[in-house]
Every structure is written in C-alpha cells, then in structure tokens.
Design a protein around this ligand. Sequence first.
Ligand SMILES: Cc1ncc(COP(=O)(O)O)c(C=O)c1O
Length: 457
Amino acid sequence: MIERKTGTGKQISIEEQIEKKIADAYKEKFPVSKEHHERLINYIPGGATRSLSYFKPYPIHIDYGQGAYVYTHEGHKLFDVTNAYGAIVHGHGDLDVVKAVSQGIARGSQYSTPTKGQYKLAKLLCERIPGFDRVRFVNSGTEATLFALRTARAYTGKDKILKMTGGFHGTHDCVAASTKKNVITAGIPKGMTQDMLEVPFNDFNALERAVKENADHLAAVIMEPFLGAGGVVLPKPKYLEHVRKVTSDNNVLLIFDEIFSYRVHTGGCQTLYGVIPDLTTVGKVVGGGLPIGVFGGKKEIMNIFCHENTDRPLYHSGTFNGYETVMQAGYAALSKYDEKAVTYINKLGDHFQKGILESFKSNGLNIQSNQIGSLLNLHFVNEPITTAEQVLKSEEQLHTLMHLSLLNKGFFTIPRGLFILSTIMTEQEIDHLVNKIDETLKELLPLIKEKYNHLLL
Ligand SMILES: Cc1ncc(COP(=O)(O)O)c(C=O)c1O
C-alpha cells in the first residue's frame, strides 16, 4: 500500500488521500449548500424530502436552472445531467413550457372538469404509443403504476402480480416491497406483498415457469422494457417477445412501465422493440417537467372506467388528476419532442457512449457503460451487465467519489452513475463531460489499482 506521511507523522493511505482531497474540495466549493443543509435539517429529517437527493457530506442545494445548466447559491454553474431524473427533456426553463404554464395558470389552473388540455395530451399519447387506446391522468409515476395494477386486477378478477428483480415502479406498498433482501421494506405490511411474485429480469425460464405455475391467480406481469433506475439494463434479444408470448398464452396481462423508458422513442420502447403490452404507464417527460403520471391501455380493458358502458365503473378520482396547467405544459414539451428531437438526443447519447468507452480503454479499465438513447449508466463492474444482480456488484465507493469529484468540476450527476441528456445539449458539451469523466477516472486510478484491481484490463 502506498502511504504518505502527514505533518503529524501519521501515515495516510492512497484511499484516504483521494477521499480527503475530493471531500475537502467539495466542502470548499459548496459552503452555502452546507449552511442551507444545516438549517433545513431542523425541519426536514435528513435535510432531503426525497431519499435519493441525500448524499454525504451534505447534499447540493440548487438555486435555479436555465437550459442545460443549474446554478448553485454559491454562484457555480453546473452542467445538469440529472434532468430531474428524466422528467426534463428540453432543459430548464424551456420557453414553450414556460409560456404554456404561465398562460395556463393565469386562466385558473384546475376546474375539476374535463378540459381541452386533457383532450390534446390524451390524443397525442394515444396517437403515438401503440399500447394506448385510452388513458387516464394522475399526478406521479407511483400513482400510475398503482392504478395500472388495480385495473389489471379488476379486469381479470385475479390478485397476483409478477414483477422483475431490479425493476422500479415507484413507492406504493406492493411495488416498493421486494422479495429481495437489499430493499428496505419496513413499514410495508406482509399482506401487501403476499400476492407479489418476482423473477430475475432477462431470465427466460424463470419467467415462463412463474407465469405457468401461477396463471390461474396471476393478473399481470409488470415490467420496464429495460431496467431504468435499476442500471439501464437492456433486454436480451427476443426477451420482450418471449414475455409477450408467455403472458398472452397464459391469459395474463402484460404491463409495460414506460415512465422512464418512454423518452427513447416517440412511440416508447414498445415501438422500438415492436412488442405491444396490454397496459402501459408513462410519466416524467410527458408532463414537461411538471408532476404527472398516465396509465392506459387497450380499449376493452380501460372501458372498466367508462361511465357510459356500465352503471358501476371502476372508481378512480383525485383532486389534481388532469391538472390543466400540467396538461398544457406536457403538450408543449411533448409536441416538440418529435422524431427529429428524439433522433438528435439519441445520437447525442451514442456519441457520449463512444467517448466514454474510449476513455475506459485508454485508462486500462474494464468497466461498463450501459446506454440506450439519451440514458447512460456507468458501472464499476468487470463484465457486461444483463441482470440486476450484477448491477448491485458495482463498487459503491467509486460511484460516491466520482459523483463528488464531478460536482467539483462543474457537473451535476446522479450519484449511482446514471446520466440523462436533454435536447438542448450539444456534442461539444458532451465532449467536455467525457473529458471530465476521463480526468476523474485518472484521479481514481491509484485507488482502483490498489483496492479494485479486478477492474483493470
Ligand atoms: C419506471 C418507473 N416507474 C415509476 C416511477 C415512479 O415515478 P414517480 O417518481 O413520478 O412517482 C419511476 C421513477 O423514477 C420510474 O422510473
């Protein structure tokens, strides 16, 4: 182990040196965030109202965003590759979205009646996404998957739901809970999970076995077409087709949760892969950066909500459902997220991937980058990743250090190595990002050589 003496004569290891250097630079660069954090913890436990926003030594506090950048209270300009975890696709303060919101809110934002905005957004979604004949609006992705599952259960009269290990569908009880040890399930009653089954993503046989064995009680399989929050893990060739066939053959509904994946194609991932589910959920970009969730599907299924077909439609209400200003913002954002825009942003993603892979190679690193369109996840793992289990092997310490080090260099990224692009970004900016990732990898190389040499080529 390479060590150096401090002024007090104490030996400090390479690991300590690197950790200290990066943490000290962070504290020096973001002192106002520390102040704001210290006052916020008096009112919000942990100083973050979203678990993911917290990181050590303290989370960054953003003042405002403009275009591809966010600005901190210290006055630092950071290139934003979080884009609100995928909800923002045209950058911050997009003029069309701002116009839609300001004009919309001035006309009164919510009237609790059907509106023109709901018509425009519903029509656009149904025209673009093949799995949508009919849709209903809610306020978050969590609510969308909750209602998609209720719809499937009500329609089929069956209770069980099968999900994939590593799949993320929000935070309501039955999907937040997991049969796997690594997920914290305190506060979720056992009853909420007794009808949940789980199989590994990309495992053809496990899926087929579980569906066949439980067909009589299984309402639906819910899955992301690729694991998004779970590490951008892509489906193996023919996997989605297999799931479609097995579910259809066994009278089980298939739900694609496209809340994260929708942005890869105007028609969603289902269009890209040519596999059409029975029910679909979308959210994030569809609200133009404002809170939204949408669930929908085939007409014959969604008709269980239809007041005109039955005296007893499935009940679905919510004070803010179909919030008119959100509808207008979503329509503004989505109507210009057309084929040209998606092609542009996806190419930008390919360019990013190319650059980052070259950097891994030139640094002698055997690590991974999983990418589809404008989404990319770096993994400190030495083998190609096709399962959620492999994602969990990624070296946490390296992610933590890379995240802080990139903030120090002016790049706002998601701590677990997920990068999300927006249409306002340019190739030059992506090149600059790649350079800074490269610099960071060089900074971490002595630690990797010492502690993680399985990641060397
Ligand atoms: C695939 C997927 N489903 C559901 C959700 C939950 O959405 P929300 O955070 O809007 O509740 C997310 C959020 O990241 C997601 O990625």
